[in-house]
Structure formats: structure tokens, C-alpha cells
Design a protein around this ligand. Sequence first.
Ligand SMILES: Nc1ncnc2c1ncn2[C@@H]1O[C@H](COP(=O)(O)OP(=O)(O)O)[C@@H](O)[C@H]1O
Ligand SMILES: [Mg+2]
Length: 453
Amino acid sequence: MILVTVIPGFGRELGRQTVTTVALKDVTKVFQDGTVAVDTINLDVNDGEFMVLLGPSGCGKSTVLRMVAGLEDPTSGAVMLGGEVANDLPPRERKIAMVFQDFALYPHMTVGDNIGFPLRLSGIEPGPRGERIQDVASALGIGDVLARKPSQLSGGQRQRVAMGRAIVRRPGLFLMDEPLSNLDSGLRAELRAEISGLTRELGVTTIYVTHDQAEALTMADRVAIMRKGVLQDVGTPTQVYGRPATLYVAAFLGSPRMNLLEASVYVHLDRYVTLNLGEQALYLPWDDIRSRAVAHYHGERIVVGMRAEALTPVTPDTAGDVLHGRIRYLEHHGHESLAFLDIGATAIVVDEMGSRGESSAPGQRGLRRFGQVMQRIAGRSADAPVSAAPSGSGNRTSVLPDPGRHHRRPAELAVRLAPYPAVSAGHPLTVQVRMDALHFFDERGDRIDVGWR
Ligand SMILES: Nc1ncnc2c1ncn2[C@@H]1O[C@H](COP(=O)(O)OP(=O)(O)O)[C@@H](O)[C@H]1O
Ligand SMILES: [Mg+2]
């Protein structure tokens, strides 16, 4: 029999202290005032994995992180670290390092002393301490400013010092709460790559919180998407982007946002399934196995999603899977232009903010926000026709069971064009639709699909 003894600090030369996994089992957090910040979350983070928690402000991301760190007690459920229930483990025994958006450096200390501070606290001698500081600082590209004070650094350098101070102890688990959101966009992109590169090099299990979907998709091994305290979807960036589990996830990921259109389904048995989009229709061939799943909604309304990359401008006489529209307006982004088309369909707009709002005034806050969003997108006033009420009352099926969840408006189909195209607002435009790239969602916003990932 082999006896394994755990010697404190033994694993330090390996770059981290322990193999660390995190598991949340039915974790719920209800604050004293009744706010359900986290609602029955189950999530496994593997050893060495870079997990990104993504969702809009207020959806409970920080609360999850604080429960993992031990700064907040779960109301129910278990927080497991390395396979053991850690609910009662004090924060400082969890071997966790945390970096916040509003990190603070000691202004009177040099960069080197700031980074080395945790080592000094744990009684590491100046010699090895200096070496460790130099290693970490070099890895972060701040090796040449160790003698400076924080006030003599740029924002990006200060952020690196904060990172350095967190990783110098070689934590088993790294928690980062929107560490980049106070920085300008160029620096954010640069640090994104650095952070994910560094944590992977160290092999440290990391949970990284952000509300920025682009950040999540570029950095993550896996993304966990939250809305109002509820976990919506977990998967690799390719999985959650390519096969979003819910309408909410579909709408939250990607830029421009996924086009979401209301469609009524009509089945022509053994031939095709008609997706009636209003003035136009698309036809899903019967030999496409997804048509069987969609066929269950015969006579009902579903939501059809198509990303801009599924749409290609073609000449108006092109036959096949095409939609004809008129350009309402254009947005120029330098490397590309986006055309927003009227196609005589109804768009579904998801309340992306996931704002809790007051449940006594359903939709009120969401609608106002929706107005702002629409103003920004459409460049017209917020009093444009917005209906939160399901049309066709008496129809059992509603794409709008909950006004706070998604809303309808006249469709504007976002289409990618070459930069500064020859067309302008008012021009007709025909697009070909890649039928294999369509997404389908039911009235509750759940994905309609065959099989699963
Ligand atoms: N100490 C607290 N007491 C009451 N409500 C809180 C407290 N901390 C956070 N909340 C609420 O819990 C919800 C989730 O907050 P938080 O986890 O900070 O969200 P996020 O980090 O995603 O922005 C929000 O509605 C927030 O107002
Ligand atoms: Mg937060």
C-alpha cells in the first residue's frame, strides 16, 4: 500500500499548489431582502479549465464567484472544491486568488513590493521572493517597471500588477470578476490574450466573469451563460454560438445580433415544411432531418434565427432559398457594412438586459429599455410600433408568453455587405439564406432540434 502524505507547499514548483476542480450543486443564493441572485445552479469546472461566466449586469455572476471564494454563503446547495464540500471552509483556506474590476494597489509601495506582498505575508525570504516576483513580472511584461510606484503606471500596467499579485502565490484557483472592464478597448483585447495565455501556461483553473460576449467567446475553454440567476447554457464557444440552447443565448452571442423572426409552420408531408415569415416564406426540405422536429409545430408559431453570416446578397432573380427586402438603413463599420432590410416579417427582440425589473409592472422597464435599444439600432424614435401583447388573441400559441422576455417589432434583417457598398437606404436587396444555418426556437424560447450536442 502506498501512503500519500500531503506536504504543504510541496507542489509549488509545479506552478500551482493543488489540482483544483470546482463544482456547484444546486446552488441558490437568496439575499435578506428576498432577491434571488442565484437560482439552483449546477456547474462543473474542470482542472486547469478557463471557464467564463457570461451574462448581463445583475444576473448573479459576482454572487457565484463570491460563493466560490467563500465571501458569501449559499442559501442552499453545495460548493465543492477539489471534490470536497467547501461550504464551511474559510476563504483563506481555499487557495484562491481573486482579481476584481476595482482592484487596489498599495500606492506607497513599488510595483515589485506590490506583487511580492502576499509572499512577504507568508514569510517567504527576500531572495526567493525576488526571484518569484521577477518571474511573474516578466511573464506579464512588466519586468522593467518593478521599481516604479503605481501612480507612474498606465492603466494596463496597473492591471498587470494586480494580476501579478494574484498569481504570485500560485493559487489553485483563479477568480476574476470583470478585471478588464475599466480599460479602453485596445488594451482590453491585448490583455484578454495575455490573461488566457498566462492562466493556461500556469495550468490554473480559472473562473472569469464578464458581461462582454466577445470577451467570453475569445477567452473561454467553456462559457456558462446566466440570466436572472439561472444558468441558460454551458459549452465551448463553438457549441454555444453554433447551437444556442435558448433564444436568450442566441440573442446574447454574436455581433451583429442573430436575426430572430416569427414564423408560422405549415407541413407539406413528405415534401417540405413551410416557414411562413409574413409576406415571404422559406421551405425546409423534408430530407433535412430538422424538418421532422419543426413539423411538430404545424399550425403554430416558432422563432427562426439566422445570423448575418447565413445571409449572402445575390441578384434579385436568384432562385431558391432567398428573401427579398428593401434597405431601411446602413451601418458602416470600416471593415464591413451592415444593411438592415425590411422583409415584411416580424422580429422577436429578446430582453437582453435580463433586467429583473419589478414583477408587479411586467414589461414596463423592459419595454423602455427595448425602446432605447431600438433607438440605437434603428436610429428612429422609440415610439415606433412596439407590441408587447401577443397578436391573434384566441390563438393558443404565443411567441410572447411573458412580455419581459421577448418583444416583437417589424423585422430588420441584418445583412453583411462589403465596406461602403454601392447601395443605399431605400434600395431593394435580395439575400440567399443558408438553410443549414437556421436556428429554431419554440414559444418558450427553447431550442427546437434533433438530438443534442
Ligand atoms: N448584498 C446583497 N443584498 C441584496 N441583493 C444583492 C446583494 N448583492 C447583490 N444583490 C443582487 O443580486 C443580483 C445579482 O447581483 P450580482 O451577482 O452582483 O450580479 P452581476 O455580478 O451579474 O452583475 C442583483 O439583482 C443584485 O442587485
Ligand atoms: Mg458583478
